[in-house]
Design a protein around this ligand. Structure first.
Ligand code: PLP
Length: 331
């Protein structure tokens, strides 16, 4: 099976991270570090902030869990987009919190619609940028204006899981916005371009007071040294990461051109995945089944909020060409 269903790095784990995993593997009989200060310092250097602006976690899902626990009390709500990463809805549901879903406009997150769902019980807004699954992007000016309008006691997450794949100039400079808006949290993960989805590690950058309010909800020993060592080495493998981003950009353009040329309703993509709307659940199932039969798995999106669309991860060049061939046949 060619797996194009979970937006992982199509080229796998960075070589330096694989080396660190092999070395650190000898030590897994030991409990992990409680704080991972070395990794936090490295991340602080990378983003030009202080270590007390960073919290590491067992992936973005753990950050979401901590954020909802810390910010959203009983009777209060979370607002996100109608078609977005299913993780938001899942964690809100587990935590028994209302999760309001703002309608998209042209498959993109409409911050106007998000704002219109916020009331005095809204404590957390979750924005995936680029949005998963639609691969659209919120621009700097749009986010800046949104932050100006949102009350300061509402926490806003800019989930930048796929930020390294962005090639647009007007992607938000959230580090800059955070200087004015301490209620802004920036989520990053090692699950995507850093190729470590199986090791469960991510981090958030935000105001030290926000970190302090998240910390009580952090599960002790939730980040293995193996994951921290791999993450640290992946950060050092800049050449590999840049190469993956560059190939992704070329291949994403290739898929966009080919698929739109074939008449698919494809949204202009900004992440390492494309979104095609097949206009009916039957047609979506037909295309999905055909791809599965020829050995390609892609993502059907009911849990994300769309019955008619498919999300396809940008694969390796030969995988993408095979995908195009198979899509031509099904068309
Ligand atoms: C928007 C978004 N955020 C975060 C993640 C990754 O989460 P994690 O760090 O828990 O692997 C994903 C994975 O699909 C995602 O789409």
């Amino acid at each position: 099976m060619i797996k194009l269903s979970q937006n992982e790095n199509a080229f796998g784990t960075p070589p330096l991270a694989l080396k660190a995993i092999a070395e650190q593997g000898q030590e897994v009989f030991r409990y992990p570090d409680a704080n991972h200060e070395d990794l936090i310092e490295k991340l602080a250097d990378k983003h030009n902030v202080k270590p007390d602006n960073i919290i590491v976690s067992a992936g973005s899902v753990a950050l979401l869990d901590m954020s909802i626990m810390s910010f959203v009390s009983s009777g209060e709500n979370v607002v996100t987009a109608e078609v977005t990463w299913v993780g938001y809805k899942i964690i809100a549901k587990i935590k028994k919190k209302e999760c309001r879903l703002a309608k998209l406009v042209d498959n993109a997150i409409s911050l106007e619609n998000v704002l219109s769902l916020c009331d005095d019980k809204t404590k957390l807004v979750l924005l995936a940028n680029p949005n998963n699954p639609t691969s659209t992007m919120i621009s700097h000016d749009e986010l800046k204006e949104f932050m100006r309008q949102i009350p300061p006691d509402v926490y806003v997450v800019s989930d930048e899981a796929y930020a390294e794949y962005i090639t647009e100039d007007d992607y938000p400079d959230t580090m800059e916005l955070q200087k004015t808006y301490p209620n802004l949290l920036i989520f990053h993960t090692f699950s995507k371009i850093y190729g470590l989805a199986g090791l469960r590690i991510g981090y958030a950058i935000t105001h030290p007071d926000v970190i302090k309010s998240l910390m009580p909800y952090k599960m002790p020993f939730s980040i293995p040294n193996l994951a921290a060592a791999a993450a640290s080495a992946a950060l050092d493998d800049t050449e590999y990461v840049e190469k993956c981003a560059a190939i992704n950009a070329e291949e994403r353009d290739f898929l966009y051109t080919e698929l739109s040329g074939m008449g698919f309703d494809i949204t202009v993509p900004h992440g390492n995945f494309v979104f095609i709307d097949l206009s009916s659940a039957e047609e979506r199932a037909r295309v999905d089944n055909h791809l599965r039969n020829v050995g390609i798995s892609v993502r059907a999106l009911e849990p994300f909020g769309s019955e008619t669309a498919l999300r396809i991860t940008v694969g390796q060049p030969e995988e993408n060409r095979y995908l195009v061939k198979c899509l031509k046949a099904v068309k």
